[in-house]
Design a binder for this molecule. Structure first.
Ligand SMILES: [Zn+2]
Length: 282
């Protein structure tokens, strides 16, 4: 099989225990699953055996959560150790200001990572606030692909007060501002943004630099409007992502088979779009 999974969290102790801390329980309940801790080797083997390339995502929500980041050096180490399997996106905390900008530079120049992942609910920030613009500017200059969470989240879900996590930050319309002000910045909106799905579709239709990944829910539950847009107007901008380990690529791909898409669109979603966007050949 030839496919690129653009949304993969490490299923190792480094990510699940250290960076998620007390939030992991809520996320597991939200996805109705218990996540097993895996070793680096087990994870690499799992994706390798499926013939998948996986974009490993970093994480740094230290300012808002007080929890330590997943080091970008670890992401880079995984990519170096398993170059046939993994690609890496850095995790950067926008609240760290100049240090965040420096970390993006380091991630690109020293660590060889190809993008940056943000999670506005966990990191508690609006992407269109101008204090963060130097960060987007540097990502744009360096050609780093950005991945923003949009829509609801399992982070804090179901716990009292959602553990203080606010959904408002991940409205897709704030990404529209960033896409307008940084037209060369390539932006992936993760998860298609429910309950603001139409808002995500509108932003992706209007801004050539905005893509969507279909991770975080099974294609079996995709609303018809999403299926129709992926099959037509957004066929060059929709990307396969699982949200591993919360949704496994096995399950996602199996349910994807039942999605009503033209064969050439299927190929674009699984491989060609991400290959072009990330500059990856298999
Ligand atoms: Zn995710």
């Amino acid at each position: 099989m030839k496919a690129i999974d653009v949304h993969v969290h490490p299923s190792t102790r480094e990510y699940l225990e250290k960076t998620q801390g007390p939030y992991l329980k809520a996320t597991e309940a939200y996805f109705r699953t218990r996540i097993p801790l895996r070793t680096e080797e087990e994870m690499a083997q799992e994706f390798g055996e499926m013939g998948l390339k996986a974009v490993l995502l970093g994480w740094d929500a230290e300012t808002a959560t007080g929890l330590p980041p997943l080091s970008n050096d670890w992401i880079a180490y995984m990519v170096r150790k398993y170059p046939d399997v993994f690609l890496g996106f850095a995790g950067v905390d926008p609240w760290k200001g100049k240090q965040a900008v420096k970390e993006v530079e380091r991630a690109k120049k020293d660590l060889g990572l190809i993008g940056v992942k943000f999670q506005q609910n966990a990191q508690a920030f609006y992407p269109n606030e101008h204090q963060f613009y130097p960060l987007w500017e540097r990502c744009q200059e360096l050609g780093m692909v950005t991945l923003f969470h949009v829509g609801t989240t399992g982070f804090g879900a179901g716990a009292p007060g959602g553990m203080g996590v606010r959904l408002k930050y991940s409205r897709p319309i704030y990404i529209d501002d960033v896409a307008a002000d940084f037209p060369e910045l390539r932006i992936i909106c993760a998860h298609a943004g429910w309950p603001w799905l139409e808002e995500t579709l509108a932003v992706a239709l209007h801004k050539p630099n905005v893509y969507i990944d279909l991770s975080g829910w099974s294609p079996r539950y995709f609303p018809q409007t999403l299926v129709q847009h992926v099959n037509s107007l957004l066929q060059d901008k929709a990307l396969f992502g699982s949200d591993y380990p919360f949704i496994t690529p096995q399950r996602w791909l199996k349910d994807f088979e039942g999605m009503d898409l033209k064969p050439e669109v299927r190929e674009k979603v699984l491989f060609a779009n991400a290959s072009k966007l990330l500059g990856i050949k298999i």
